[in-house]
Write a protein that binds this ligand. Structure first.
Ligand SMILES: Nc1nc2c(c(=O)[nH]1)N[C@H]1C(S)=C(S)[C@@H](COP(=O)(O)OP(=O)(O)OC[C@H]3O[C@@H](n4cnc5c(=O)[nH]c(N)nc54)[C@H](O)[C@@H]3O)O[C@H]1N2
Ligand SMILES: Nc1nc2c(c(=O)[nH]1)N[C@H]1C(S)=C(S)[C@@H](COP(=O)(O)OP(=O)(O)OC[C@H]3O[C@@H](n4cnc5c(=O)[nH]c(N)nc54)[C@H](O)[C@@H]3O)O[C@H]1N2
Ligand SMILES: [Mo]
Length: 721
């Protein structure tokens, strides 16, 4: 007899879709969309519908594994859980006592994006045991989240997507929600279009969103957007199309910005022709967009995170905010303030966190530096909470993450750092598969998937829904949820009671967390009911408009001046040309024209086919979405490359091989490759998986110290031996 249960995904996806799990005789037979789902904007996509193939298969790790070969070689022997945890504790205590708590690090990892995650729980245990080196920011929004408060005083710069139906013109700038999902944004974009909004996509690629919305495409060179934003502002200023009362009332530093735009300050007017040379976008197109954006009130310039995952990503973020201010599109329904765009409307569940006795934190992108040269890091590298570190990272916990050898930059350099066992002495990974990162573990522990363990989820940027993925089957083989084995580690360390705090199982925690949320949100159904619903949408819709209170009621902005700071005194004081006081274009060193040897700009994106690397080993998804390099016909012809040819893409950092798709959907001089493909390095250091991170660098962005992983210069060869 078939039974149907409801669940929701809990890896790093912005969808929070509700899935039906069909079961027979205790086995999962298939997944399907729920026809009764009240959420028309959150229907499962191809990744969600494949979760059973992705997570429940014979590729799963089934026992703890201990490394026997060289680190990274991928040679392991199975061991018992008892032996695994004994060895883990031995190293844990040895490293703590020899190097101190600061030598322990839990790496950025989002394979488990539920309320309970291995990373959060491991930090809890380490904090009960003296602490660990911490990190701040992330690989998703480092630049945007850091730069937005410099402008508005807060990162909560997002409005409810439903307000976009009031927009007359929507510009999706480096934004591709048809693939990246971002809650129910696509649904509201469709609604906006039905209400008559014109939609334009600014992207180096004619992306899936552009095609799906039948929107207009403006192709732009990667990391050059700031120049186009400057030129649009120039047109709006010189043609008198700006909102002067808005600037007077709410904005600090606009006159200085005007002087820069007109060239009064530096002798270079930031005209559309000036920007054309940088961006490759025709001057007429820039001028027309500027005029239309200024005329269509309200209008929304909606940035994704793609434009900010760049060397100059902070300035991109500030540039978009500046245009919104120039046209008075902040604080109004149908406008958009720009910035990172977080928007929380309802109470959300979270695991209570403990203070970290080690105050020091690094930016998340600098973990390889903390291993290699921890004690050399200073405030200039973004170290906070300590002037210096006493030690490099000696124990690394990588739980449900594939950063080590897939998602971090410059994988060849990363591999060299990780292979040196005198640097980081002990690496523990927990994963479902033998990933490229898992191969670098000294101890590799088999985790449980979303079908084998209760967890709770929250949506991404819009806070109106919570989800639950219930345990439906027993864990495969000997795999265990991180909570369970961490509790065993705690027991060995004499910290069991403190760690579990009266919660023998993870589900006990979830119930407690949920019940305390219910005190704040009495409309929530009882836990027993909620856990069967897949997703629950708050009944009271809150349509939030960012900065409405400031614009409608005159509340001050939470900045030092109380105004929107286009000119930032804090940034002026840094006196760093890479992050100047004004929100203006700063060229990327590895941007267009940055190298004669490597003339092509390579840009990555987050593909429909995977969530980062998750799904990258699912045969049906691999077949349907082969990893292909997009290349413009003119670049292909210049190199004698035909559609379907396999080429080698290379720079000083690495080489990869991948088949080419010749297409006019990418601008000339730019090639594009989806990020997240599984690394497959051969003995000569050539990657055959098509992983863009063999080509990305390790230089952090100037203010956020974030990952510029979309800024890459390369050359291509079709002369492969
Ligand atoms: N299917 C799927 N969905 C996902 C994920 C996934 O891996 N797969 N990952 C999730 C996660 S963790 C995150 S952080 C988000 C990521 O969300 P984003 O960072 O917004 O996604 P990206 O695909 O990197 O970038 C969005 C678009 O920006 C374009 N772009 C890149 N560089 C530039 C530029 O310099 N200028 C302009 N104008 N455009 C540029 C890309 O071509 C792409 O179409 O997605 C989430 N959703
Ligand atoms: N070049 C380039 N690099 C990028 C990006 C980019 O745009 N370009 N994007 C960056 C961004 S935005 C992000 S968020 C990061 C993502 O970086 P990661 O979070 O490291 O990437 P994932 O591939 O999602 O890794 C999840 C891992 O967890 C495992 N896993 C999945 N479910 C479970 C589970 O239930 N239990 C356990 N134990 N393991 C599980 C998966 O098998 C996988 O190995 O990548 C960043 N890297
Ligand atoms: Mo991300």
């Amino acid at each position: 007899m078939e039974q149907i249960f409801l669940t929701t995904g809990r890896n790093n996806c912005g969808g929070c879709c509700r899935l039906r799990v069909h079961m027979e005789d205790g086995r999962i037979t298939r997944l399907s969309a729920d026809p009764d789902d009240p959420e028309p904007g959150r229907r499962p996509c191809v990744r969600g519908l494949h979760y059973a193939d992705t997570f429940l298969n014979d590729r799963r790790l089934l026992t703890p594994l201990k490394r026997v070969g060289l680190r990274g070689e991928g040679k392991f022997v199975p061991i018992s859980w008892d032996q695994a945890l004994d060895e883990l504790c031995e190293n844990w205590v040895r490293i703590r006592d020899k190097y101190g708590p600061q030598s322990r690090y839990v790496n950025y990892a989002w394979g488990e994006s539920g309320v309970l995650s291995g990373t959060g729980l491991a930090k809890r245990l380490l904090r009960l045991d003296g602490g660990h080196l911490g990190y701040y920011n992330d690989y998703s929004t480092a630049c945007a989240a850091c730069a937005t408060p410099y402008v508005y005083g807060t990162a909560m710069s997002g409005s409810s997507f439903s307000t976009l139906t009031a927009s007359k013109l929507i510009v999706l700038w480096g934004h591709n929600p048809a693939e990246t999902v971002f809650d129910d944004l696509m649904y509201w974009l469709r609604k906006a279009k039905e209400s008559g909004a014109r939609i334009i996509v600014v992207d180096p690629r004619k992306n899936a969103t552009c095609r799906s919305l039948n929107a207009e495409w403006i192709g732009i060179r990667p990391a050059s957007d700031g120049a186009m934003l400057d030129a649009m502002a120039y047109v709006i200023v010189t043609e008198g199309l700006y909102d002067l009362p808005f600037l007077h009332r709410y904005v600090y530093g606009w006159r200085e910005w005007f002087s820069y735009l007109t060239g009064e300050a530096d002798g270079v007017p930031k005209t559309p022709a000036w920007a054309e040379a940088v961006t490759g976008v025709p001057a007429d197109t820039i001028r027309a967009l500027a005029v239309d954006y200024a005329a269509a009130r309200p209008a929304a310039l909606l940035p994704g995170y793609g434009g900010q995952r760049h060397e100059n990503g902070e300035q991109f973020t500030r540039g978009v905010c500046a245009l919104a201010c120039l046209t008075g599109n902040v604080g109004v329904r149908g406008g958009w303030a720009g910035g990172v765009g977080w928007c929380r409307t309802h109470p959300m569940p979270s695991m209570p966190s403990l203070p970290n006795p080690v105050g020091a934190e690094i930016p998340s992108f600098l973990w390889t530096e903390a291993i290699l040269r921890g004690p050399e890091l200073t405030e200039k590298d973004g170290l906070v909470g300590a002037e210096r570190l006493d030690t490099g990272v000696k124990m690394l916990l990588n739980l449900a993450g594939n950063q080590l050898m897939n998602q971090h930059g410059d994988l060849n350099r990363t591999a060299a750092i990780l292979r040196d066992e005198s640097l980081c002495e002990y690496i523990v990974c927990s994963d479902l598969f033998m990933t490229a990162s898992a191969k670098y573990a000294d101890l590799l522990l088999p985790g449980t998937s979303m079908f084998e363990q209760d967890n709770m989820t929250t949506p991404w940027t819009q806070g109106d829904l919570i989800g639950f993925s219930p345990k439906l089957i027993e864990p495969l083989g000997e795999s265990r949820f991180e909570y369970d084995w961490l509790a065993d580690v705690a027991r060995r360390l004499g910290l069991y009671d403190a760690f579990t705090d009266g919660h023998p199982t993870a589900t006990d925690w979830l119930e407690d967390i949920y019940d305390s949320l219910r005190l704040r949100a009495p409309e929530l159904p009882p836990f027993v009911e909620f856990r069967t619903m897949g997703t629950y949408r708050y009944k009271t819709p809150v349509k939030k408009i960012a900065f409405e209170a400031q614009i409608m009621y005159g509340a001050p902005f939470p900045t030092p001046s109380g105004k929107i700071e286009l000119l930032s005194p804090a940034l002026a004081a840094r006196n760093d040309p890479k992050i100047p006081a004004l929100p203006v274009y700063v060229p990327a060193a590895e941007g267009f024209g940055g190298s004669k040897t490597y003339p092509l700009q390579l840009v990555g994106w987050h593909t429909m086919a995977r969530t980062h690397t998750v799904g990258g080993n699912t045969p049906a998804l691999r077949e349907r979405f082969p990893q292909l390099l997009w290349m413009h016909p003119s670049d292909a012809a210049a190199r004698g490359i035909a559609d379907g040819d396999t080429v080698e893409v290379f720079n000083d950092r690495g080489r990869l091989r991948v088949p080419v798709r010749v297409t006019e959907d990418v601008v000339p001089g730019v090639i594009a490759l989806p990020q997240g493909a599984w690394t497959a390095l051969d003995e000569t250091g050539v990657d055959h998986g098509g992983n863009i991170n063999v080509l990305t660098g390790h230089t952090p962005t100037p203010l956020a110290h974030g990952n510029p992983q979309h800024t890459i210069l390369v050359e291509i060869s079709n002369n492969i031996m």
